[in-house]
Design a protein around this ligand. Sequence first.
Ligand code: DC
Length: 378
Amino acid sequence: MKCPYCNFDDTRVIDSRQTDEGHAIRRRRVCDSCGKRFTTYEKAELMINMVVKKDGRREAFDRNKVIGGIIRACEKRPVPMAEIEKMGERIERKINSLGKNEVSSDYVGELVMDELRTVDQVAYIRFASVYRQFADVEKFAEEIDKIRMSNKTKTQEESGPDVLRIAIDGPSGAGKSTVAKAVAEKLGIDYIDTGAMYRAVGFKMLREGVGAEDTGRVERMLNDTEIDFRSGRIFLDGEDISAGIRTQEISEAASECAQIGIVREKLVQIQRDIGHRKSVVMDGRDIGTNVFPDAQFKFFLTATPEERARRRFEQLGGKEQDLSYDEVLQDVRERDYRDTHRELNPLSMAEDAIEIDSTDINEEETINEIYSRITAEH
Ligand code: DC
């Protein structure tokens, strides 16, 4: 800190003490140039968290409201009030730790479900049925099946090395995400779309105008970035961005940021943390070769560039009308080139991966092929 008297660049702290009320630190400083002493106070700057509701209205975050929702879900369940209060506290702390002044009500709902899932599964189903607006008993049955499967895998997780890691790598447009999601659902474990993580970072870099060459800014941005997956949606700093990251512009931004060393380091770390905690199906480019070289199952899903371009062209369905089939094909080829030729963890098939060419088989057949190979051995 500069000296307020002579403007010398540095001053020394000679004493630090808490103020009486304990919410601030009082420091005595001395300037080594003019010798003057002065006092500073350091206080936390608290943000007011606003919750953005589905209809766009905003209201201040209120822990008691969250607790009220949890109490309703826990009615006549053996969940002590102290535990409910702790859940409210953890949720508030998580929101504060984002360092944002706005979060979506969807995100708050997902945090409540995460808490309830581990504390009381009946309360979880009750809350989810209201929050996700289950329309019929089928939806309840589906959710209960998932809980049954995850109870089974949890028993495996507790035994450590049995955490199941399934890697599905391959070029863009090979159908990895649809297949990986379906396989995870059938197994009752989580699906992690690592491409969506690179898209999230690309999205934030574009939004904040951070250039790939400015590694200092990229690093600062990453240190202030939180990426979460909840119920198949991706949240960037508490905001559900799932709907906005599938555009051509974000594909390019993702491909570019996937070449930056510190971006890969940070994302691979998050991916490993997730895969060490719980069983997952993870798809991407370097899962079997770099993120989890010890994954129990590795698949490499391919299709010809023409077929992948055809699927992508159909998927765009006129949304990006400017693009012809030939342009999409050109884009697929360019992305293949970038993904396979980049310096850091390029796309390549792990030696022990099973290659599945989906050019002439449909999605269902691909899913069944992968699922049956897993269940035959596991
Ligand atoms: O799978 P996708 O198209 O959503 O991936 C977006 C970009 O992220 C793509 O250009 C490749 C890159 N990526 C990567 O480098 N490593 C991964 N594990 C996943 C994606």
